[in-house]
Write a protein that binds this ligand. Structure first.
Ligand SMILES: CC(C)(COP(=O)(O)OP(=O)(O)OC[C@H]1O[C@@H](n2cnc3c(N)ncnc32)[C@H](O)[C@@H]1OP(=O)(O)O)[C@@H](O)C(=O)NCCC(=O)NCCS
Length: 175
């Protein structure tokens, strides 16, 4: 049986090891890592999937922003979502995403969500689209059709994605 628990209850090295297996060791080169910077994930929106005491999946969410000339619009970046390769396509990814999205709603943080991922997955199951991200820039290469967002407050404006300045982060601990 799969149980979802807060990610910060898991030893970080075990999570990092799963991410290596799901994405490969080059994952740190990904633009999503540059966007989020050196911050910490939003604890209340980040979860682990456990089976028989072992970590089989994880999701992290990050406080980022679309930075414009006149200020910044806060966004929550979902991901990485990682499922142990031997457990993929068993519904664990969908459960982790649903848990993070429900937590975002519960904390009032679901107004402007974004991620970089396959629209065939995140659009099909969770309603993320590239409809309002066409004018966004990123601090690294990104395929436009994989720059996805969801929520009523998603800004359809020009700006560059980056880490949020610390004093504007609303939720940093489990609630
Ligand atoms: C992508 C990932 C998170 C999906 O989680 P999962 O638990 O394996 O998948 P789920 O069981 O939730 O969903 C399975 C369904 O999604 C589809 N699916 C899975 N990955 C997909 C992808 N990348 N693109 C399109 N469809 C995908 C499957 O075909 C399946 O569809 P079906 O029900 O019609 O057969 C997981 O496979 C994974 O960790 N992959 C490696 C890392 C990665 O690419 N992460 C996503 C980028 S942030």
């Amino acid at each position: 049986m799969i149980t979802l628990v807060p990610l910060d209850s898991i030893e970080p090295a075990i999570v990092e090891s799963l991410l290596d297996r799901a994405f490969g060791p080059e994952r740190f080169q990904r633009t999503a890592y540059t966007i989020r910077g050196d911050g910490t994930p939003i604890a209340a929106l980040s979860f682990a999937a456990i089976e028989d005491g072992a970590l089989v999946g994880s999701i992290q969410c990050w406080p980022i922003a679309l930075i414009q000339d006149e200020g910044e619009t806060p966004l929550v970046m979902l991901g990485p979502v990682a499922v142990e390769p031997t457990h993929q396509r068993d519904g664990i990814g969908r459960r982790l995403m649903t848990q993070a999205l429900d937590a975002a709603t519960a904390h009032g943080l679901d107004g402007a969500l974004m991620l970089i991922g396959d629209p065939e997955y995140y659009g099909r199951f969770f309603g993320f689209t590239a409809d309002r991200t066409a004018h966004w820039n990123a601090p690294g290469p990104v395929e436009r059709h994989r720059l996805l967002a969801r929520g009523d407050a998603v800004p359809d404006t020009t700006g560059i994605l980056g880490a949020r300045v610390p004093d504007t982060i609303p939720v940093t601990a489990s609630a």
